[in-house]
Design a protein around this ligand. Structure first.
Ligand code: TXA
Ligand code: MG
Length: 328
């Protein structure tokens, strides 16, 4: 990434144009968070409903006070522990944050990304950039520059190519905007886990479970169908996979399989695709979206995904797999 490219990107952003940029999680569709027209263009290009607010990306935590009504101790602690990095915090917004960014809510989502290119861009720009994942609404987030082209093509004014995103899954989102004694709530799991956050805050963090306060309406990532390839995704328990594969094969279905474990028999025909996924959660998360994206291009009838363990390091992956497989 040359200085000239960063300079060009900053010029475009100042003119209200859109620049896709790499972060450690996924690629973001950047626009000046203080330019209402530019932010509206982001919604239009993504085909995203207006009530789905955007994350404001900052170069460093020192700028928080311009965007948050007040910076609480919990926010300070988490910023110190995890920024720059894959954590987004929802806080009460300051008076100057545009309604178009927050969907008219009194809160704003803030994140300081760690990717060196995102850092250089944000430092050079100096202000806040909205950065939703650079994909059409409800589709898979892009983890390479080529995937951004695949999703948004010509509609982006510039794409900064920072290679493959290391994490490959969107940031953890935690709601810290509540007053009084309410507990922080995780709105979207990511590689920073509940336990990681509890270790810093020394207080319990809630998961959204349908009973927790206001969580369902406010976190669009929680829509049933989200992060989905076009091909139908079926989640299959490991012990049931062999049988299902045989059944599908004998019915001449064209299907793909994403599995961490070997399948005993190998009854795959030429129409079928078998992808061995990594055993470790980090490696699996890194590859999940790029694998689903490339399998999607094969045009199979369905993708059978072997379910991953119900353990903390897999929570973000399980969440995205459930959403990818939700009925459309
Ligand atoms: O890793 C990430 O967070 C990536 C990279 C590019 O930074 N960005 C990303 O943005 O995933 P997006 O727009 O695809 O997802 C942001 C999520 C949405 O589900 C949105 O509804 C939620 O954050 N969000 C934003 N502002 C919010 C608010 N004030 N209250 C609750 N949820 C909010
Ligand atoms: Mg997104």
């Amino acid at each position: 990434m040359t200085d000239t490219m960063i300079k060009k990107a900053v010029e475009l952003l100042r003119e209200g144009k859109l620049v896709a940029f790499p972060t450690e999680t996924v690629y973001g569709l950047g626009a000046d968070a203080n330019n209402a027209v530019a932010v509206q263009t982001v919604f239009a290009v993504k085909n995203r409903p207006a009530e789905h607010p955007l994350i404001v990306h900052l170069g460093d935590a020192a700028q928080l006070s311009q965007w948050a009504a007040h910076v609480t101790l919990a926010v300070q602690k988490l910023a110190e522990a995890f920024w720059p990095g894959p954590l987004t915090m929802i806080v009460k917004k300051s008076a100057t944050v545009l309604d178009v960014v927050t969907g008219g809510q009194d809160t704003v989502a803030i994140r300081v990304p760690a990717h060196p290119t995102a850092q250089r861009l944000l430092q050079a720009f100096g202000g806040g950039l909205v950065g939703p994942s650079a994909n059409i609404f409800s589709r898979l987030s892009p983890t390479t520059a080529a995937a951004v082209v695949d999703e948004l093509g010509e509609q982006v004014d510039m794409i900064l190519d920072g290679g493959e995103c290391e994490v490959g899954l969107e940031s953890t989102i935690i709601d810290l905007s509540q007053d009084g004694n309410d507990q922080p709530v995780i709105l979207r799991p990511g590689i920073i886990t509940i336990a990681d956050i509890e270790n810093v805050l020394h207080t319990a963090v809630l998961k959204p479970d349908g009973h927790t306060r206001r969580s369902s309406v406010r976190a669009p990532g929680m829509h049933a169908v989200h992060y989905a390839p076009r091909t139908k995704v079926l989640l299959v328990e490991p012990e049931k996979l062999n049988k299902l594969v045989q059944e599908y094969s004998s019915n001449n279905k064209s299907f793909a399989v994403l599995a961490r474990n070997d399948i005993k028999h190998n009854p795959y025909g030429p129409n079928n695709l078998y992808v061995t996924m990594p055993k470790g959660a980090r490696e699996y998360g890194h590859l999940l979206y790029s694998t689903l994206r490339s399998v999607d291009h094969h045009g199979c009838e369905c993708i059978l995904v072997e379910m991953v363990p119900d353990e903390a390091p897999w929570s973000a992956i399980r969440d995205r797999l459930m959403k990818a497989s939700a009925e459309q």
